[in-house]
Design a protein around this ligand. Sequence first.
Ligand SMILES: C[S@@+](CC[C@H](N)C(=O)[O-])C[C@H]1O[C@@H](n2cnc3c(N)ncnc32)[C@H](O)[C@@H]1O
Length: 227
Amino acid sequence: MPEPHEDPDVVSRRIARESLSQDDPTGWFDRLYAAAEDGAAVVPWDRGTAHPMLIEWVDESHPDGTGKTALIVGAGTGWDAELIADLGYETTAFDISPTAVQTARRNHPDSKAQYVTADLLAPPAEWHRAYDLVVEIYTVQALPIDLQPAAIKQVGEQVAPDGTLLVIAASRPDDVPDSEVEGPPWPLTRAAIQSFSTPDLRLIQLDQSPSPVDPTILRWRAEYLRD
Ligand SMILES: C[S@@+](CC[C@H](N)C(=O)[O-])C[C@H]1O[C@@H](n2cnc3c(N)ncnc32)[C@H](O)[C@@H]1O
């Protein structure tokens, strides 16, 4: 339980550390969202708006979601899902945290998106290759490095033929060894970004840009296309 008047940032970090030290790499997300509901913690990634790099991609690509489906991975409180649903995509947004899903539904009572609880590491079979657009922002990097290859594989598996995958992630130089990364998060190397691609899911665009908040942090924006 948080101490009275404890700094919400400190509480957030402590909740993550406790779960990870108990070998429970995903349990902390729901505890964090629940503590945030009570005002005892902050959800550090909750921007109250869609991710600026997703907005940028939409502005550049002008995707038309009419008659298409979209899957938002680790959707948190729903801001990215709302942007995509408003483009006409029949949007499914999922998160492992039931409290995040409840918060997203409450934040967006008139939403056209469907918010569901699911685990990226064991997704429903009917999602397999079912989505014309899959959006993954900061979920893989929130998982310890040993879980990332399985998570990356599952992200790609949900992209339909002719579908697009968009990945936005913090970037880590390739020469920084795994053992030196004190997550969460565990930012993605170029090799990790390249590993989303398979023989029929091709990386078609890769950009790296500094965060406007902290220019020492670089972020990937990667787009893949399924043949
Ligand atoms: C760093 S947050 C990013 C949230 C959102 N994508 C954003 O950019 O604001 C990671 C999110 O992924 C969710 N998450 C973590 N592991 C997951 C898993 N295995 N399956 C589904 N969601 C997961 C967390 O609950 C959290 O909402």
